[in-house]
Structures are given as structure tokens and as C-alpha cells.
Write a protein that binds this ligand. Structure first.
Ligand SMILES: *Cc1c(COP(=O)(O)O)cnc(C)c1O
Length: 380
């Protein structure tokens, strides 16, 4: 490896055109230059990390309308800290004991409709998950019935699909009538920026977001906002406290500088324009592919009102006719991946379909992407 040229090239790592959204495995997102610059500037000096965390938390509190905030090492780390905070509080003996939760309230109630791979993070802190409802409906009595003297929290996850969960404001009412806090994972729900305060407004006690998805902060950061006592407890259960379950999810001063800068840019961004650009990129893909026989390609409009992370922006979706005898979805994926740069695209939520997610397409990449897709779909 030499020192000249571009880093990924020197290391022999292929670049990717990312039409699969803010997926961690493809690098998350691209930070604006001002974010990278803030990280660079922060790297020159030492600071007291308690002071930095407190002041950064104040910015999060202001922008979310919550009592307090904390920069985390991603929404997954935020979920570990939410669980730890609601189980152990900031009692040093309990903080030390986690993930062993014997003698503590340790049950977290979760809708079956909300089960996602990330709920592992609640268990990582030692919580036991108690499921309510089924994939498509949940009755309010099921939540009432699941809450008992061991309940630490009711969790609420805004993932790709919400199924039949009890609406958040109602779940909050029920949980609060039993003095149980509601902890929310809204990792991929930004943008729209209104969601920064929405779930807090609806009564959630803690809300966790990713900093490295639509906020365009460092990929390894997240945002936790909520009640002052719970944020204090979350902080006690993580770095820099070296005897905490969250110590392995440390955030460095440069990442805090990057996240706070990204957040400030995020709230000043005109998302009407951004959404129009994303939609135009999808429309270009639709236009370039629509005459290919055997497929149906459509522009799926944004539906932020659905409160599903996969519906917050427009997409171009490719459906295959019954008689399609071209390459399978897996083969298409492989062919796109094998090019240089590799192209990664999303899968639709329903059926055997491909989805172009525009949010990580850099300007002009939609043209390369559409041409590659056309080539692959027509066997060219
Ligand atoms: C991405 C995601 C997470 C994890 O967030 P990170 O910031 O990558 O740790 C958790 N929950 C949901 C629903 C997500 O989409």
C-alpha cells in the first residue's frame, strides 16, 4: 500500500453506489464537509468529556424539546442505554451488576408487530422481552395485562412496518397509568425533522435515533432524548463510566462534534427540496426502465404519515410479471454487486421486487444506476 491516491483504492476496496438506503453494511451515509471539518477541529484539543457530553446533550434537548439529551454510539447503543436506565437507574450497585438483573425490574414489554433484529439491544443490557399482540393487531388489554411489578419499560419501535401496534400516544397513556416509562427506537425516522420532537411530544420518556442515517452525522453516532432523570441514568450506564454495560459503546470527542454539527445542519435543511430531488432521481430510473418487457416499474410516493421508516421518501420499485424469464432477483443483485463500482439496491417490503432508495444516491449516480439496471434486466 502506497500513500498516494485515494484511500479505498490504495487499500484495494471497491466503491459502491448505494441505492439501498442508510444501511450500515454499505457505510451508512456520507457526512457533509462541514461535519468532517468539525471533527477535524475537535481532534486538536483535550476537553473534559463530562463537560462536552453535557453541552452536547443541551443542544439535543433544545432541538427535540426533551428535558435532556445524550450523544450515543448509534441507535442500537441508545437502546442498550434505554434498557439499562429503566432497569438500573443510576444506582451504582445496579449499574455495576448489569447485565445481571436479579432483584431489579427487568421486563420490557414489546409489541410482536415491533419485533426487529435490533431488539437484541434491550436484551444485551439484561432485559427480558415480554411480547404482546400478534403481527397485525394488538388489544389494549394485552398491554394492561403484560404490565406487572417487574416491568421496567414499555418499548416502542418505529421500524420498516408497524403492523397493528397500539398508537404511541395511547400506549403512553396506558404505561404511564402504571408508572411505567415508554422507551422508543426511532432510528431511521429522520428525516422528516419534525420527528425529532414528535415522539417526545406524544409522551415518550426516551427516544433513540441514529446519527449516521438521515442526519448525516458520523455513522457510529446516535441521539438519545428524554426525561432528565432517565438521561442521567443512561449516562451513568455508559462511557466514560468504566464499570457500565454501555462502556463498550464509547463515543469520542470528534464524533460528538460531528454529530452536533450534523444535527444543526439537519434542522436547517429544506427537506421539501431534498425530497423533490430524491423523487426526481427515482423518476429518472422509472423513465429509463419502463419500456422493458416483463417488468412493471413504478414511482412509489413518500408517505411519512404512515410512520414507517421505509415510507418516509419516494422510491422506484421494479415488479416482475408472472411470465418473467430473465434473471432472478438474487442474480440481478449479484450482477449489480459484481460491477465496479458495485451497485447495491433495496428489496421491496412486499413480494419479489427491487426497490431503488434514493437517499444515498449522490448527484448524477441515478444515471449510472439506471443504465446498469437496464443492462442487467435486458441481458445486455
Ligand atoms: C438502523 C436501525 C437501528 C440501529 O441504529 P444504529 O444507529 O445503526 O445503531 C435500530 N433500529 C432500527 C429500526 C433501525 O432501522
Amino acid at each position: 500500500m502506497t500513500t498516494g491516491g485515494e484511500f479505498y483504492q490504495r487499500l484495494g476496496v471497491k466503491r459502491i453506489i448505494n441505492a439501498a438506503s442508510w444501511i450500515t453494511v454499505f457505510g451508512g451515509s456520507i457526512m457533509p464537509p462541514a461535519v468532517v471539518q468539525a471533527m477535524e477541529e475537535a481532534s486538536h484539543w483535550f476537553v473534559d468529556m463530562h463537560d462536552l457530553n453535557q453541552k452536547a446533550g443541551d443542544v439535543i434537548a433544545e432541538l427535540t424539546g426533551a428535558e435532556a439529551g445524550l450523544v450515543t454510539a448509534g441507535s442500537a447503543a441508545g437502546m442498550v442505554l434505554e434498557a439499562a436506565a429503566t432497569m438500573a437507574g443510576n444506582d451504582p450497585a445496579k449499574v455495576w451488576r448489569l447485565p445481571d438483573t436479579e432483584g431489579m425490574k427487568n421486563e420490557i414489554v414489546l409489541h410482536r408487530a415491533h419485533r426487529v433484529n435490533y431488539d437484541h439491544n434491550f436484551r444485551a443490557a439484561g432485559a427480558k422481552l415480554v411480547e404482546i399482540g400478534n403481527a397485525s393487531t394488538t388489544q389494549e388489554w394485552e398491554l394492561e395485562d403484560a404490565i406487572n411489578e417487574n416491568t421496567a419499560a414499555v418499548a416502542y419501535i418505529f421500524g420498516p412496518r408497524r403492523g397493528g401496534a397500539i398508537p404511541l400516544p395511547r400506549a403512553v397513556e396506558i404505561a404511564h397509568s402504571h408508572d411505567v416509562p415508554v422507551i422508543v427506537d426511532a432510528a431511521a425516522m429522520l428525516p422528516p425533522p419534525e420527528n425529532l420532537s414528535r415522539f417526545i411530544d406524544e409522551g415518550a420518556d426516551m427516544v433513540s435515533f441514529s446519527g449516521g442515517k438521515g442526519v448525516l452525522g458520523p455513522q457510529s453516532t446516535g441521539i438519545l432524548a428524554g426525561r432528565a432523570d432517565l438521561i442521567e441514568a443512561a449516562y451513568a450506564n455508559g462511557a466514560p463510566n468504566s464499570v457500565s454495560v454501555g462502556r463498550s459503546a464509547k463515543v469520542c470527542k470528534e464524533e460528538i462534534a460531528g454529530l452536533i454539527t450534523a444535527l444543526q445542519i439537519f434542522v436547517d435543511t429544506d427537506f421539501e427540496t431534498v425530497n423533490a430531488n430524491w423523487r426526481a432521481q427515482c423518476a429518472h430510473v422509472v423513465e429509463e426502465l419502463k419500456d422493458i418487457p416483463g417488468i412493471m416499474v413504478e414511482l412509489e410516493e413518500a408517505r411519512p404519515d404512515l410512520l414507517e421508516s421505509s415510507s418516509n421518501f419516494a422510491k422506484a420499485v421494479v415488479h416482475f410479471d408472472q411470465g418473467w424469464n430473465g434473471p432472478s432477483v438474487e442474480q440481478i443483485d449479484q450482477m449489480l454487486e459484481d460491477g465496479d463500482p458495485g451497485v447495491r439496491i433495496g428489496k421491496s417490503d412486499v413480494g419479489d421486487a427491487l426497490a431503488v432508495y434514493p437517499v444515498n444516491l449522490q448527484s448524477g449516480e441515478e444515471e449510472i444506476l439506471a443504465a446498469r439496471l437496464r443492462e442487467v434486466l435486458t441481458g445486455g
